[in-house]
Design a protein around this ligand. Sequence first.
Ligand SMILES: [Zn+2]
Length: 354
Amino acid sequence: MSEPLPGSTDNAWTTDDAVTRRFVSELLNDPFGDPGVFVDFAFSRRAVLFDLGDLSALSARKLLRISDVFVSHMHVDHFIGFDRLLRHLIGREKTVCLCGPPGFTDAVRHKLEAYTWNLTARYQARLNLVVNELVTPLRLRTTQFRLQSAFQPEDRGELYVEDGIVLSEPDLWVRAEMIDHGTPCLAFALEERERINIWRNEVEALGLGVGPWLNALKEAMRGGAPDDTPIQIRWRTNGEISERVLPLGQLARKVTRTQPGEKIAYVVDARHTVENIARIVELAKDADTLFIEAAFLDEAASLAAERNHLTAGQAGSIARLADAKRMVPFHFSPRHMDDADRLHEQALAAFAGK
Ligand SMILES: [Zn+2]
């Protein structure tokens, strides 16, 4: 296994031919605790968080890596951790984006209004909370809350949402799907775009050296540029700069290998309805890991329906329909505290098609 190249930053020039996992995801709590998944990004000091329940398991260091938070809905077990996150952010120079369902902006505003902010002008570090509310599946409203302004809401307008994309970056995106839990609840999928790996030995075999031109090559490939597009190659050996120009197609075939990006889906609090199943299956299609609530045992299906939750078997079947590679059942009801094994077994049996 080769080392990432010096100076490599987020996803840049990764030469590893082995599958390097970009997303390191973990449940915040045990399956009976408040739901939440922390996704750490390899190669960068960044993480994203799904749901804001009990965050006491997260160290200050991890909390401060969080760039984006995705909140399914504002039931207390999914939102009570907002205060802990806020507490750690005060005094930090940071922007954190929070995305949630209808009513989310007001919920955040009310949380912020519960505190006294008369000393905020003294803080040097600028803390910005950018709150994105999926008002409808097609409209994303943005409001900014800045510590310096005592967290008075500042309207930043609305965007039209295409395919549920609530976050889009050059190498990843996040999709949200509105599902029915008696109240609108968001399910999320974090997806990495197709990954282009560079083979360093093949670069050297062509008599070239590595450098930022590899990023330009990747960009051209991602943009679907034609094979004869000239790529300016510039690299440095012992302080001396060399330059060459080669066509994109030749370079791509020789020095790159593409692999599908990773995908992580997060699904909680869903009523077992035809519409919900279809939406979740579409959202979680081919996910590498699907975190899915499995609140009740199958024999408690009527209770699950009454409470707008899935049973373990229903969760497993949905994961199977979505062709998820791995399923992590969680968000178990405390009434089954002594039946954790059976909840797992029922979910896994349905996932395996048994
Ligand atoms: Zn819940």
